[in-house]
Unconditional design. Structure first.
Length: 556
């Protein structure tokens, strides 16, 4: 965090002035291990870790592992990798809500003994019906006035596994007419005969998030419990449990969640994309998960710069995805070496170039930087590949690239002029025959003549084959979570969000590995795929195109 202020910082500064927590700032990041972290979680963890760093405090990583049905160690490991990738560390403070299952059970017993919790036999649907509405009070369960002794006995038997799933719950006894629906006798425990990824089959009752969260914060000595705005109405319940149990009381603070255009941020919806195979998995580069962004080649510093620019607000709003892309593009421009790559290859034959000859051109890795000292040798020979779109047999007006009788510059090499074409049996152009001007070596003519078109190329004899994946927005609709009645986000999945090319690359890209980004000139920024690229099969993902839509939006 820099020295910018926001309302969370103002709250903590006031706590420090009043001495509420003795000057301590201890936060926590509490992910559920039931999926991969997405860019919205990145905002939350950046706030949690960043606020603590600002004040020289501590941050705990605590997994909210209270639902064994959806949790997996795969997600636990992925979350750790994502946090480290963004540059944060929790030291030796890795905790789990399951660490406190026994203590939480004892706290539930305490509330039963105080007459503030009861075992209910209503089904989930009945509890929902009894709850009332925003304008009508709920009504008490028939089981609400069970004796303390009966509640203690039934709760112990729930733990012992005597009852089937869904047959009973433990509920807090608060107020079924409370204006805040969360205070209408919320469920504290439910029966789930499911094996837990850490505790195995030791438990068949599991605490609800609202019961486990505040007490876990308290047990860990958390001072400031930051969460997204949807939990604002849960704060009275958070406070109620701590007050009734007489525990150390952290301060819950809510902030606006991150909403991106052309993106869904619901983990449940992301899971559906995975399960219905609309993407290849949680790490598919079209997904908004941090693992997907890492695989696609997003630099972590770009994500942090983006989140810093978005800031911390009290009201929900949407951020254009183009702003995120602007920061990614800005970071990659400074660090990505330039290379030539032909994504849709068309062969060019230089009829007057000597057969069997190879020469080399010295080319800068960062041609936009006159001080750049890193250069490479690029081979050139009689047969080349150019982009298919860089030749047009019957050029349209204002088309300045290669055409019959037209001269263009091969980047860093020679002037060439197209003379004829070869076509296959279907009438598709298979090769373009050209002549080259040997006096134009390095892309400058001896007589000073100018050409309007410059195109890139790759030597056919030295080209490296690669699969190149081009990505567009996964959702065509700008707001895929806010749609007319009868439509779902699945109706707006972009069926053209992935294009696969069989490309020809410069030879020194043969050993490219994940960890280094490259700019393919005129095409965008590309990154070797960390899952599919391997010896004998080179795969590149396009991280982002060269066009900065956000900069254009700001300039217009």
């Amino acid at each position: 965090m820099d020295e910018k202020t926001n309302f969370i910082i103002e709250i903590i500064d006031e706590h420090n002035r009043s001495g509420r927590f003795g000057g301590r700032v201890h936060t926590r990041f509490p992910p559920e291990p039931n999926g991969y972290l997405h860019i919205g979680h990145a905002k939350a963890l950046t706030i949690d870790f960043g606020i603590a760093e600002r004040y020289g405090g501590l941050t705990n990583l605590r997994y909210d592992d209270t639902n064994p049905v959806k949790e997996d160690t795969e997600y636990v490991d992925a979350i750790k990798e994502d946090i480290h990738w963004l540059g944060f560390d929790w030291g030796d403070r890795e905790f789990y809500a399951s660490d406190y299952f026994e203590q939480l059970y004892e706290m539930a017993l305490q509330l039963i003994r105080q007459g503030q919790a009861y075992v209910d036999d209503l089904s989930a649907d009945e509890i929902r019906a009894y709850r009332g509405t925003l304008t009508e009070a709920g009504k008490n369960s028939p089981w609400r006035e069970r004796s303390i002794e009966e509640n203690l006995d039934l709760f112990a038997r729930m733990r012992a596994g005597e009852f089937p799933d869904g047959s009973r719950t433990l509920r807090a006894k608060i107020d079924m007419s409370a204006p805040n629906m969360n205070m209408r006798d919320p469920v504290m425990y439910r029966i789930l005969h499911a094996s837990h990824h850490r505790t195995g089959d030791a438990w068949c009752i599991y605490p609800m998030y609202d019961f486990a969260h505040g007490q876990s914060d308290s047990l860990e000595g958390i001072t400031h419990s930051m969460c997204s705005l949807e939990y604002e109405n849960h704060r009275p319940l958070y406070d109620w449990f701590l007050d009734q149990l007489g525990l150390f009381h952290p301060q819950q603070i809510e902030f606006a969640r991150l909403n991106l255009t052309h993106t869904v941020m619901s983990k449940r919806k992301l899971r559906r994309l995975v399960e219905e195979k609309l993407v290849s998995g949680w790490t598919d580069p079209r997904m908004p998960t941090l693992a997907a962004m890492r695989r696609r080649g997003y630099p972590p510093e770009a994500i942090r710069s983006f989140l810093e620019a978005v800031g911390v607000a009290k009201n929900d709003s949407f951020v254009d995805v183009e702003l995120l892309e602007h920061f990614v593009r800005d970071a990659l421009n400074a660090q990505s070496k330039r290379r030539m790559a032909v994504l849709q290859p068309l062969k060019v034959i230089l009829d007057n170039y000597p057969e069997g000859k190879t020469e080399f051109f010295t080319v800068s890795d960062f041609p936009q930087d006159p001080e750049c000292k890193t250069k490479r040798q690029v081979p050139f020979c009689r047969e080349l590949y150019i982009e298919r779109v860089d030749f047009m047999e019957n050029p349209v007006p204002k088309y300045f690239r290669l055409a019959i009788g037209r001269e263009v510059r091969l980047m860093n090499a020679y002037y060439i002029t197209a003379t004829s074409v070869e076509k296959d049996e279907l009438g598709k152009i298979a090769a373009v025959h050209c002549t080259y001007d040997p006096e134009s070596r390095g892309g400058m003519s001896a007589d000073g003549r100018k050409v309007k078109g410059t195109i890139h190329w790759v030597s056919a004899a030295h080209a490296v084959d690669a699969e190149v994946r081009l990505y567009e927005q996964l959702f065509e609709d700008k707001f895929p979570e806010d749609l007319p009645e009868g439509e779902t986000f699945l109706d707006h999945v972009n069926k053209n969000s992935l294009t696969v090319c069989q490309a020809k690359l410069e030879p020194d890209l043969a050993d490219a590995q994940a960890g280094e980004s490259w700019q393919f000139v005129r095409s965008g920024y590309f990154y070797p795929d960390s899952e599919d690229s391997k010896p004998g099969k080179l795969v590149f993902n396009r991280t982002i195109s060269l066009v900065d839509s956000w900069a254009k939006m700001q300039a217009s």
